[in-house]
Design a protein around this ligand. Sequence first.
Ligand code: 5GP
Length: 129
Amino acid sequence: MASIFTKIINKEIPCYKVAETENCLAFLDINPNAEGHTLCIPKKEIDNIFDLDTELYNELMLFSKKVAKALKKAVPCERIAMSVIGLEVPHAHIHLIPINEMKDVTFVNKKKFSETEFKEIAEKIKASF
Ligand code: 5GP
């Protein structure tokens, strides 16, 4: 069965898109740790990030770096944290999380945003990409 992220890639499920290239996609996490929490994924559905071939792994890393720079411009924060978890969705992804302190990366303190707010945040990041 296709992963939820493959359904997003295929536009069967909506997302707040931030950036896209031929092989990668970035969109806002639906249950974010912070404003601008973004997921960067390869379009090819592979569960474990460390099973990506070197070329695609490097491409995803460079794509994430570019998205992180755009995110830093769009969302005021101390740092952009990068995290790979993968316990919930079996489709490789990198979390990019604007943080000000260590607790912002704990995946416990979740933030709520309206649809309008999500759209505004995504547009701001997109404009900086
Ligand atoms: P992980 O697999 O790294 O443990 O967590 C998966 C992440 O994907 C979670 O932060 C969760 O909020 C996010 N997520 C799960 N389903 C969806 C979805 O349908 N859309 C979006 N945008 N994010 C999702």
